[in-house]
Design a protein around this ligand. Structure first.
Ligand code: FAD
Length: 364
């Protein structure tokens, strides 16, 4: 059997999902190289900071929609079959406010809060919330069954599954994408390198993608559990502040979010923003705390800041030859890296197959 030597650069949700899918084919010998691995918390590593849930945001008819559409069945199957993966089903409530102009966070949520969204036939139990049950400042609202992922548990599960399939994990901090081709665990040159370096694709030699920029997300993780997940189209506090709540599976705590601060690289939690996040969460979900307790009733585990790896024009999933090395890119997933993970990784795997076929044809 011919073997394919493949290096995946990056161990966030994009790299790990791609490695997990590639490792399912015994012909693929997969090495995963990364500066940061599951267990690390670092501002350069977005994946551990995510909520993370499935609240689709892709424009109808776009690649983004196709990737999110393709990801739901995969996440659902993992949730049902592998409780140890750290994902559970949760009810989600989505609220769209009349007064929100389509800017910043409201624009980010436009397709999620749309009253007749494409995803209504994808997620189970979708139904509009009748208008007589909504406050006067709400345009529309809907509920459906979604999932909430516990990223530290889920990322470690992806590592475990890939290792079980023969993948080898190594730490590395590369200056140039082509260096990855010489770091395959067999000592042989890689046939193809998958670039899953997220926001760092802006700085990685051979890639230097100037279209990459961060959207800073600040969260408060608490022990309180309000039940269902919630998201609101916008807040009154600032155009780049958000309001969402989700409780992670298997004891991961409840994420109170958030913010969507474009081009803000600050890794330090802003405590006045944290106070606004907590106050807004209690306003929409008063059962987070005992009556009258207010913010003091929240039992804080930690404050967190992550940088969503945004890219002008959307994620880059394409193949390229760089100094003779075949590279498949899979980065730039903004605030939807988990909910589009399987769709994007599937596309990247198809491109890897194309590269391998081109190579084998060239050898004939
Ligand atoms: P990263 O997780 O950043 O991983 C990049 C990897 O590349 C790391 O392993 C890093 O060490 C490695 N790397 C980079 N450069 C080098 C180098 N030179 N050499 C070696 N290794 C390198 N998404 C959802 O779908 N649902 C949500 O609910 C959600 N909520 C979010 C909330 C917050 C607050 C934030 C910040 C994000 C959220 N996201 C959510 C978005 C999601 O977290 C990201 O889209 C996703 O984590 C990006 O993953 P990635 O693997 O592409 O990048």
């Amino acid at each position: 059997m011919a073997t394919n030597n493949i290096v995946v650069l990056g161990a966030g949700v994009s790299g790990l999902t791609t490695a997990y899918l590639l490792s399912q084919d015994p012909a693929n010998k997969v090495t995963v190289l990364a500066k940061h691995m599951p267990g690390d918390y670092d501002i350069e590593y977005a994946s551990p900071w995510a909520g993370a849930n499935y609240m689709p945001m892709g424009k109808a008819g776009s690649n983004h929609e196709a990737w999110e559409r393709a990801t739901w069945p995969a996440l659902k199957a993992i949730t049902e079959k592998y409780p140890e993966a750290g994902i559970h089903f949760r009810k989600a409530f989505i609220y769209n406010r009349k007064k929100d102009p389509q800017e910043d966070i409201a624009a980010f949520f436009t397709d999620l809060v749309e009253p007749n969204p494409w995803y209504k036939d994808v997620v189970p139990d979708f139904k509009p919330i009748p208008s007589d049950q909504l406050g006067p400042d709400m345009d529309n609202a809907q509920e459906f069954t979604s999932v909430c992922i516990n990223p530290p548990v889920y990322l470690a599960w992806l590592v475990g599954q890939s290792v079980k399939n023969g993948a080898v994990f190594k730490r590395a901090n590369l200056k140039h994408i082509t260096d990855a081709a010489n770091a395959h665990h067999t000592g042989k040159k890689a046939d193809v390198v998958i670039n899953c370096t997220g926001l760092s694709s802006k700085f990685l030699g051979g890639v230097l993608d100037e279209k990459m920029y961060p959207a800073r997300g600040q969260v408060v993780v608490v022990r309180n559990d309000p039940g269902p997940m919630m998201a609101v189209s916008k807040t009154d506090d600032a155009p780049d502040e958000a309001l969402y709540i989700m409780t992670r599976a298997v004891g991961g705590g409840t994420i109170l979010g958030g913010s969507y601060q474009k081009n803000n690289w600050d890794a330090t939690p802003d405590l006045s923003l944290a106070n606004r996040i907590m106050a807004r969460a209690i306003e929409i979900a008063p059962n987070l705390v005992e009556k009258g307790q207010g913010v003091k009733g929240l039992d804080i585990i930690r404050h967190g800041v992550g940088l969503r790896p945004l890219r002008e024009g959307g994620p880059r999933i394409e193949k390229e030859k760089i100094n003779g090395v075949s590279v498949v890119h899979n980065y730039g997933h903004g605030g939807f890296g988990y909910q589009a993970s399987f769709g994007c990784a599937d596309t990247a795997v198809s491109l890897v197959k194309e590269v391998l076929q081109e190579k084998s044809r060239a050898k004939l």
